[in-house]
Ligand binder design. Structure first.
Ligand code: ZN
Length: 430
């Protein structure tokens, strides 16, 4: 049982936290009249905003699902935290050291587990960045240079290097006072028969940050032939890092996504870097998993209010809100990925596009070989996902024969029928 935080400290945290800023990190808020802000509810699926925040009274309420509360309950619900952890998290944000009731377990010098895990990840991120300058990291620096990334680019994204060996980071974290249970919980170490050891060894490291910019995990690329592990190794599921809910680059992209109502989904860490450095600053990537329902919800929260304009205008005057653009290789695997995204699309309200590179280059290759303008051209040349799926389907039929045409029609009918927006349907039927 966690310690009880003194009542007056809980009240202080509640009063001094800016609820509009805390909510604003997760949900794009717009003014909704005197003393009120609104946005898309993070707790239920909706396409017009019924989630209201009133900063002066420090409360939020959703008229759609009926949820509501104060800043503490928002953090609890949003991040799946207990009351004490949520209060500690908010206290950390405003620089308040909370005190605990006498006799309760948690002492002031032992902040909550979440804070400890964040601290461990912060220390690891700084350590990896520092190690990228070491003589041993030459292969890592070369990997970046070969892909046209300068040291300044690497620094901007916090790219680092995990040295070979078994206990560099483990020892550093121990020196900093982390115990074995905390090390295991952080996902930075692996558990062996004789204790714990560094999970990431001899790899190039990308910190995966949450929307607030805090590193919560890492993506690590293999650099050496004698490394028996996978090409990419990520942090395992931890209390902080849930792969179905993280998007690499979201910390750097979120403001621009909210502003432009556009989110570009690329496939890897180097693609996110290449896209941002080419001016596509709304690019993000999933981390070792497909773009799923939780990602869709995150994207939609950031793209925001579908009725506020700025999105794709339809013939009937309505608006689809924003654009989600997936980039894919032009090869069979890329097309398969696009078809899979199409099935996910049923849950999108924003209009979905694909940007397919015919020669099979990813954004990183493109920038390296043809410059940043080629990356921008790829994104500008996007086409609606439906169109792409129909074209791809048609390719497998011989349209010169009656049988072929009937087959093609049958294959495309369900695609057309599933188009959510009636206004779009007649055009595709043709
Ligand atoms: Zn709601």
């Amino acid at each position: 049982m966690a310690g009880l935080i003194l009542r007056e400290d809980v009240d202080a945290v509640r009063e001094r936290s800016h609820i509009d800023e805390i909510v604003g990190e997760q949900v794009t808020l717009r003014h909704a009249g005197e003393g009120s802000l609104k946005g898309l509810c993070p707790f239920h699926d909706e396409k017009s905003p019924s989630f209201h925040v009133r900063p002066q009274v420090g409360r939020w309420h959703c008229f759609g699902c009926g949820e509501g509360g104060d800043v503490i309950s928002f953090v609890q619900k949003m991040d799946g935290l207990g009351f004490t952890d949520a209060v500690e998290y908010l206290a950390g944000k405003i620089g308040l050291q909370v005190r605990y009731e006498e006799g309760s377990e948690r002492r002031t010098e032992e902040p909550g587990r979440r804070q400890r895990l964040l601290e461990a990840n912060r220390i690891a991120a700084a350590y990896f960045v520092e190690q990228l300058q070491s003589p041993e990291a030459q292969t890592g620096r070369q990997f970046l240079t070969e892909r046209s990334f300068t040291p300044a680019d690497a620094a901007h994204f916090g790219v680092g290097y995990a040295p070979k060996g078994w206990d560099h980071l483990t020892n550093l974290l121990r020196q900093k006072g982390f115990n074995e249970a905390e090390l295991v919980a952080s996902g930075l170490v692996s558990q062996g028969n004789r204790g714990v050891y560094d999970r990431f060894r001899g790899r190039l490291m990308w910190p995966i940050r949450d929307v607030t910019g805090e590193p919560i995990g890492f993506g690590a690329r293999k650099l050496y032939d004698d490394d028996q592990g996978p090409k990419y190794l990520n942090t395992p599921e931890t209390a902080l890092y849930k792969k179905s809910q993280v998007l690499y680059g979201i910390d750097l992209a979120k403001r621009e996504i909210a502003k432009t109502k556009r989110i570009v989904v690329v496939e890897g860490y180097t693609d996110v870097m290449a896209a941002h450095l080419s001016g596509i600053t709304t690019a993000v990537a999933t981390c070792g998993t497909a773009f799923g329902t939780d990602h869709v919800r995150m994207a939609r929260r950031l793209v925001g209010d579908t009725n506020a304009g700025g999105g794709v205008k339809l013939a009937d005057g309505g608006s689809l809100g924003g654009e989600i653009i997936f980039t894919f290789d032009g090869d069979a695997a890329g097309q398969k990925a696009a078809m899979r995204a199409f099935n996910e699309d049923q849950r999108f309200y924003a209009q979905t596009f694909v940007a397919v590179e015919k020669s099979g280059m990813d954004p990183c290759d493109l920038r390296q070989h043809h410059g940043p303008q080629a990356v921008r051209a790829l994104i500008e040349g996007r086409q609606p996902l439906f169109e792409f799926v129909i074209q791809t389907t048609l390719k497998s039929y011989d349209l010169n024969t009656a049988e072929g045409r009937i087959g093609a029609l049958r294959a495309c009918a369900p695609v057309i029928a599933s188009i959510r927006y009636n206004a779009l349907r007649p055009e595709y039927t043709r």
